[in-house]
Design a protein around this ligand. Structure first.
Ligand code: DC
Length: 227
């Protein structure tokens, strides 16, 4: 039986502006926004705090059984709760970005989070952004977007975000981190980042957030009209 709810999947490399467009689309359409990267970041934070050995599957599975992630929507943002603690700011820090690709390449981690993501998409209209949403989490998504942008633009956007939050990083460090994550995310064995065949590609190097939003909304209107 065909699903009743509408699922929008937005995938792409790190710092391509996926969550900016995903949030705006969700707000406009009154869909639930789910940032799947935040879930991998929350797991990474838990693993770092509890010194989970990434080479020990038993340790990893045991840790995963103690992790509960929730999203708390507020007026203009969504708070991320790790076992009821608000970790929204901490999971964006560079020390998490440096470890998150290793953690999210682990099979046990992916299995647990993909399952939770699929459960979040049951019965509700959602916009989910990530790396494998249109390929693995929701291969039957109603609208799939694959976002790209030039490496320089991505690094500048990420640097501005980090500096705004008071972190002291250089553009070189940001570029290295992006390149490192792109490499691991697209070469890992478990659901690597790749463009779904039926995804609409948006290169936003020269697009404003408002222009991207319009592209996605008009594509949504087309698909929703066809259902
Ligand atoms: O979107 P982000 O940069 O916050 O994601 C952080 C990391 O999480 C990213 O480097 C790869 C991983 N990730 C993933 O493997 N699969 C997803 N669906 C989302 C994120």
């Amino acid at each position: 039986m065909k699903r009743e709810n509408f699922i929008i999947a937005i995938d792409g490399f790190s710092s391509c502006g996926k969550s900016t467009v995903a949030k705006a689309v969700a707000k406009e359409l009154q869909f639930v926004f789910i940032d799947s990267g935040a879930m991998y970041r929350a797991v990474t934070l838990y693993f770092l705090r509890n010194q989970v050995d990434l080479g020990n599957t038993k340790d990893i599975e045991n840790a995963l059984a103690h992790i509960h992630i929730d999203f708390l929507p507020e007026a203009d943002k969504v708070r991320v709760l790790l076992n009821d603690e608000d970790v929204s700011e901490e999971i964006r820090m560079m020390r998490i970005s440096e470890k998150v690709s290793e953690v999210s390449a682990l099979k046990a981690v992916r299995q647990a989070l993909v399952k939770q993501q699929q459960d979040l998409g049951k019965r509700r209209n959602i916009v989910m952004d990530g790396r494998d949403i249109g390929t693995t989490v929701f291969p039957d998504a109603d609208l799939k977007i694959f976002m790209t942008a030039s490496t320089d633009v991505r690094a500048e956007r990420r640097l501005a975000e980090l500096l705004h939050k008071g972190e002291s990083v250089t553009i070189e460090e940001v570029k290295q981190n992006l390149a490192h994550r792109d490499y691991i995310d697209s070469t890992r064995e478990e659901s690597p980042l790749r463009q779904a065949e039926d995804a609409l590609v948006i290169d936003n190097t020269h697009l404003t957030p408002a222009e991207q939003l319009q592209i996605v909304l008009s594509e949504y209107a087309k698909r929703a009209g066809e259902r």
